[in-house]
Design a protein around this ligand. Structure first.
Ligand code: ZN
Length: 302
């Protein structure tokens, strides 16, 4: 039997069909402009691409009420998601059991069961993308919290007077280590290493800033060094709270983990007397990890 997993992103929505632990189908489509149209898309994916699906797991980039399948705080995808009864609407339309989960917790479950953290018990997860998601696994289980909101590493404060964050705080890790923060950090001055038509830097992507860093652009390198510093400060604090021994870093921006690594490692090393040696592991499941994790959650409840 097949489990469908769907990962709703700010601009793109990914899906996988999972048979046992194997991905037997996958794809990416634009995120629809509203929650209702997202429900229609998910039901269509189930009927057309996974007609023998026994359950649907759907991950959202925000906080959800798992018990009722209701979206709570979901700021990025288009439309008004606050209070939207996603699980009930999709379940009624698709005629299948539906699990609604946070996307970072889904990522963590996938990497814990099938990826970089397989066999580990106590792990922190950080997902670097449009924002910075996070999760905590202790004793081999991903912790959830009352609003599926436990483990938000991205909103640990590393600079109390820093840039305003979408969460209402200032100087969160996310303002340094997510794609927009990296582009903004670089935007105070593009250099000859970046094509002129790409200036102003708001039009750049984090990947292009990473390319510039690899080509020897000192300003770009500094932006990633700062991202690694912020991530290391927050992960060091989180490790001291949770007593974990490993960290898994994934998400689209983690392709530049090598550029952040020495600053990140330096912050963890500074905390070694308290937290011990922390293994920093790159995620291995790639862009589908969130959808795979959503499917795994569907299996659990289905
Ligand atoms: Zn924040």
């Amino acid at each position: 039997m097949t489990r469908l997993g769907i990962d709703v992103g700010g601009t793109r929505t990914k899906w996988v069909a999972l048979e046992g632990d194997a991905v037997v189908g996958s794809g990416t489509v634009p995120t629809p402009p509203s929650p209702d149209e997202t429900v229609e898309l998910a039901a269509r994916l189930a009927s057309e691409l996974a007609p023998d699906a026994e359950s649907i797991g759907i991950g959202l980039p925000g906080h959800v009420d798992r018990a009722t399948g209701t979206a709570l705080f979901v700021p990025n995808p288009p439309g008004d998601w606050g209070g939207y009864p996603l699980g009930a609407r999709l379940g009624a339309l698709a005629g299948l059991p539906v699990s609604v989960v946070n996307d970072a917790r889904a990522f963590a479950l996938a990497e814990l069961e099938l990826g970089a953290a397989r066999g580990l018990a106590d792990v922190l997860f950080a997902v670097l993308g449009t924002g910075v998601g996070g999760a905590v696994a202790l004793g081999g289980a991903v912790l959830v919290g009352p609003r599926d909101n436990l483990g938000e590493i991205g909103h640990v404060t590393v600079a109390p007077w820093g840039q305003a964050c979408c969460c209402g705080n200032r100087g969160c890790v996310e303002t340094f280590a997510a794609g927009p923060g990296i582009v903004r950090g670089f935007s105070s001055g593009a250099t000859a290493k970046v094509p002129a038509q790409k200036v102003p830097a708001q039009q750049l992507t984090a990947e292009e800033v990473a390319e510039a860093a690899r080509a020897g652009d000192g300003r770009a390198a500094k932006v990633f060094e700062r991202a690694g510093w912020a991530l290391g400060v927050a992960l060091g604090d989180a490790a001291s709270v949770f007593g974990v021994g490993s960290v898994v870093v994934g998400g689209g921006v983690s392709g530049a983990l090598d550029l952040m690594r020495s600053a990140l490692d330096a912050q963890l090393a500074r905390r070694r007397p308290l937290i011990g040696d922390i293994a920093v592991l790159p995620a291995v499941l790639g862009p589908l990890a969130g959808a795979i994790g959503a499917a795994l959650y569907g299996r659990r409840s289905g």
